[in-house]
Design a protein around this ligand. Structure first.
Ligand SMILES: Cc1cc2nc3c(=O)[nH]c(=O)nc-3n(C[C@H](O)[C@H](O)[C@H](O)COP(=O)(O)O)c2cc1C
Length: 397
């Protein structure tokens, strides 16, 4: 049995997100059947299914060029805005690259998206791994850790422009001079501004996220791997004084996991085996070369995919490692084990998104809520479901 960590938030219900399939080819690089489409009509329906199945967030991917498949890509911010327009409660997190945007232009764009959606816009700041995307656009490809220097400045500009008037910031990459953005983002209780998510695993990524991100997203991990990540981020957040009076609250944690829920564990494992057996080998190997090139320049070699095996990379964010594979009961139990060590949100992927997101809401989420309530009670607190939307509570009945 996993011990409950002091950083676990037992009274807070876990949150759930799904990867928006806005690039072609699904979430696994395999010729196995994937009843998932990257087109907008499919995604519009999926977003509505997700918000009626208890999902809180959708995360888009930003990609400008093909690699490991993903031959066609819809642009992330416009796609996210359209999904916000098609839904009522779902928060949509748009992935963006510093280096491709000026932070002031993005801050303004997100404020408008926030007003259109009544306070549901969010961003995922990704520092980039696909060198050719930058170079072929004629943009500078910064060395690995330097990308995080720019990212940190970028996030500080976003937060400054969203929360202050006549904001100034002088830095290496951006210089903002007494700028006020009007209107400000929507005033949403419990949120200081549109939420800033952040993805990356390296030491530089962890310490940057610890200083400035609202949410840290990890690639798929087992329990020990996630503990290691969270402690790196928390050490940096504590050093920065976060969580104390007047400072930024401590960051929250999201973990990627590829969900294979079937009636029996054997069926789920067989599905995983088939995904890997039918992997598109040249594409996975090409991806491995690109990402290892991207991570190789970290000082300690701890880039995001540094220790990923071939099997891991078939789901390109190491989603099998989290092991959300088995019956709904097994998956719910596994999810709550991760809650005990500090996961606040699960970012999920599937073979057949529309069907499996709906099934997650009916078959897995109610068990998760029961287990969470139990866990809270055993530790002397109560699970507070008051912030969970009506549709999600219905799914949990
Ligand atoms: C949840 C998550 C989502 C990501 N989404 C994107 C994306 O949409 N586009 C992109 O280029 N990189 C994306 N990344 C990759 C990061 O930008 C970064 O390149 C990667 O984490 C490698 O960083 P590292 O070497 O510092 O670990 C994502 C990473 C995570 C964890």
């Amino acid at each position: 049995m996993t011990e409950v960590s002091p950083v676990a938030r037992l009274a807070e219900p876990l949150k759930f997100a799904y990867w928006v399939p806005n690039v072609s080819g699904g979430l696994v690089v395999s010729t196995i059947e994937q009843r998932t489409s990257w087109d907008f009509d499919y995604n519009k329906k999926l977003a509505r299914i997700a918000e009626n199945s208890g999902f809180d967030y959708a995360l888009t991917q930003t990609r400008y060029a093909a690699s490991y498949g993903a031959d066609k890509q819809h642009e992330a911010t416009s796609f996210s805005l359209a999904l916000l327009g098609a839904t009522e409660r779902l928060k949509v997190i748009s992935a963006v690259h510093p280096g491709m945007w000026h932070p002031g232009v993005l801050a303004k764009f997100i404020i408008t998206a926030d007003h259109i959606s009544n306070g549901r816009a969010a961003v995922n700041i990704v520092s980039g791994w696909l060198k050719s995307e930058f170079e072929n656009f004629g943009l500078e490809w910064l060395e690995h850790d330097e990308r995080y220097v720019r990212t940190e400045e970028f996030i500080r500009v976003l937060r400054g422009l969203w929360t202050e008037t006549e904001y100034s910031q002088a830095g290496k990459y951006y210089n903002i001079n007494e700028f006020s953005l009007n209107p400000a983002p929507v005033d949403v209780p419990g949120r200081a501004h549109p939420e800033v998510f952040f993805g990356g695993n390296s030491t530089a990524a962890q310490s940057t996220a610890g200083r400035v991100a609202d949410w840290y997203f990890s690639n798929g991990k087992d329990l020990d791997g996630f503990r290691e990540n969270i402690s790196g981020v928390l050490a940096s957040s504590t050093d920065a004084g976060r969580g104390s009076e007047g400072a930024l609250p401590a960051p929250r944690f999201g973990l990627n996991g590829f969900v294979i829920a079937r009636d029996s564990e054997k069926e789920a494992r067989d599905t995983l085996r088939e995904i890997v057996e039918k992997a598109h080998r040249p594409a996975v190997e090409g991806f491995r070369d690109a990402v290892q090139e991207a991570g190789a320049s970290t000082k300690d070699g701890k880039g995001m995919w540094a220790d990923s095996s071939f099997e891991d990379l078939v789901q390109y964010n190491d989603g099998f490692r989290t092991q959300l594979i088995g019956t709904p009961e097994q998956i719910a139990e596994r999810i709550v084990e991760f809650k005990k060590i500090g996961v606040n949100l699960f970012l999920t992927g599937y073979l057949h998104f529309q069907e499996e997101v709906a099934a997650f809401g009916t078959d897995i989420l109610p068990i998760v809520r029961d287990l969470e309530a139990d866990l809270a009670r055993r530790n002397g607190t109560e699970l507070d479901l008051s912030g969970v939307s009506a549709a999600a509570s219905l799914a949990a009945l």
